[in-house]
Design a protein around this ligand. Structure first.
Ligand code: NAI
Ligand code: MG
Length: 490
């Protein structure tokens, strides 16, 4: 057991500029943005605030690196070796990188160490192995022709990521882009640029050629939009809110960019009366409160069969009462602050809406402490399908529990949302489990588990939860163009 004295020291902040063509440079405007530690609300550093001018330089550097023979002619296996080298350097520094994640995002250091960093390393190694296994086919066309396909990198990719898993989102995006031989301009979230900048330094140290990875910190409507509109960018990979994705889709239309989106959710977590209730309660708790509820796949609609409702509420309430909320640098802490004031305000608004709508607030329902963006683990019971807290993505530690009584009803209710990212079902009946897995319109379905991620398993959304998939071979294909070559044989 960890003791109260096990507080991890704060990391050293090393990189705070734009990283363009292998050089660390301030924003051309000279402007900076503040990095705030969400647990204390103190400004820990200033980071370059890039805008269209810096994005343009970064895109030029990425284009040049894409054309340059050092990268474009590199043997695929050597490209894989560089990605593996980056993973090794991250592993060597993983305690420091975990602490940087905690400083930037506020997530508990034990989560950063146990989840974020191991997943970053695993994802990069998974894609490193793909670099020399990207191959085409020979096609039996009519006539005396030899026809074959090649798989080529899509080109310069713009990658725009959010703040909830800052370094893991870097790995999900750099892994397939590097494995395929693309070059990158990344815009990290304005709330959490520090980890991404450190990873760029490690990529340079690993020997990835200058210009292959460029990072421009800045805001969405300025730096982000400039990247989306830039005519020399071939693809945008975006993770964030569906409203932002709609804006991006419109902005990208003129240059017909390839787009992949990984967006939000209101994922149903369905617990039948024949489930192992201790496992289901623990899974529902983890599936919602993990990462302060800031997960795109959070199981935020918990549907419980009426026969086990009371027992489930009791178990989850007990877990909430015991949950350690506080300093994220303390190894005992299970829940840290929300990422920023805007997210905190949004969550508090939904808690008020929940109370006003007549749902019963069983635990929490208020902020925690008076400094930092801490929210108590909140549990609403008696939630109805048409309440705002059952419809909107809250992105915080707020669980809505709804009851159901039969199998036919639950599928329609689970699907009654414009989202379709994830779902889970808890039951000992294999037929029921497969029925739900077939009928639910979601990109991922977990049976008797929650939040089980693997770099090899595709992840993404149906409906307005996304477009395309990340991770696995599917995630790799999103960075490839197919070229058909046909040769006359006589
Ligand atoms: P957001 O979608 O606005 O931000 C994500 C990224 O997009 C950031 O890097 C941001 O700078 C960039 N961005 C914003 N506007 C842009 C534009 N016009 N053009 C190009 N890039 C742009 O999400 P935000 O505002 O941080 O959070 C709002 C809500 O979105 C959250 O409360 C949550 O419900 C949802 N969200 C979902 C995430 C997921 O993992 N699916 C992650 C973060 C937020
Ligand atoms: Mg936004």
């Amino acid at each position: 057991m960890a003791t109260a004295t096990e507080t991890v020291s704060r990391p050293t902040i090393r990189q705070t500029s734009c990283f363009i063509g292998g050089e660390w440079t301030p924003a051309e405007s000279g402007r900076t943005l503040e990095c705030i530690h969400p647990a204390t609300e103190e400004v820990v550093t200033q980071v370059a605030e890039g805008d269209a001018a810096d994005i343009d330089r970064a895109v030029q550097a990425a284009r040049q690196a894409f054309e340059d023979s050092e990268w474009s002619r590199m043997d695929a296996r050597d490209r894989g070796a560089l990605i593996n080298k980056l993973a090794d350097l991250i592993e060597e520094e993983s305690d420091e990188l975990s602490a940087l994640e905690t400083l930037d995002n506020g997530k508990p250091i034990r989560d950063a160490r146990a989840a974020d960093l191991p997943l970053v390393i695993d994802c990069l190694r998974y894609y490193a192995g793909f670099a020399d296994k990207i191959q085409g086919e020979t096609i039996p066309v009519r006539g005396n022709f030899f026809s074959y396909t090649k798989r080529e990198p899509v080109g310069v990719v713009g990658q725009i990521i959010p703040w909830n898993f800052p370094q893991l989102m870097v790995a999900w995006k750099w892994g397939p882009a590097l494995a395929t031989g693309c070059t990158i301009v990344m815009k990290p979230a304005e709330q959490t640029p520090l980890g991404c900048l450190r990873l760029a330094r490690l990529a340079q140290k690993a020997g990835i050629p200058d210009g292959v990875i460029n990072v421009v910190p800045g805001y969405g409507p300025t730096a982000g939009a400039a990247l989306v509109k830039h005519p020399d960018v071939d693809k945008i990979a975006f993770t964030g809110e569906h409203l932002t994705a709609q804006r991006i889709m419109a902005d990208a239309a003129l240059s017909l960019k390839r787009l992949t989106f990984e967006l939000g959710g209101k994922s149903p977590n369905i617990i039948f009366d024949d489930a192992d209730l201790d496992a289901a309660a623990a899974g529902a708790h983890f599936g919602l409160y993990f990462n302060q509820g800031q997960c795109c796949c959070a199981g935020s609609r918990v549907f419980v069969h009426e026969r086990v409702h009371d027992a489930l509420i009791e178990k989850i309430a007990a877990m909430n009462h015991e949950r350690q909320v506080g300093d994220p640098f303390d190894m005992n802490t299970e829940q840290g602050p929300q990422v920023d004031q805007a997210q905190f305000d949004k969550i508090m608004k939904y808690i008020d809406l929940g109370k006003q709508s007549g749902a019963e607030c069983v635990t929490g329902g208020d902020r925690s402490g008076d400094v930092g963006y801490f929210v108590q683990p909140t549990l609403f019971d008696g939630v109805k399908d048409d309440m705002e807290i059952a419809k909107d993505e809250i992105f915080g530690p707020v669980m809505s529990v709804l009851t159901f009584s039969d199998l036919d009803e639950i599928v329609d209710r689970a699907n009654n949302t414009f989202y379709g990212l994830a779902a889970a079902v808890w039951t000992r009946d294999i037929g029921k489990a497969h029925h739900i897995a077939n009928k639910v319109r979601a990109g991922t379905v977990w049976v008797n588990c929650y939040d089980v991620f693997d770099a090899a398993a595709p992840f993404g959304g149906f409906k307005m939860s996304g477009m395309g998939r990340e991770l696995g071979f599917e995630g790799l294909k999103a960075y490839l163009e197919t070229k058909t070559v046909t040769v006359a044989m006589d």
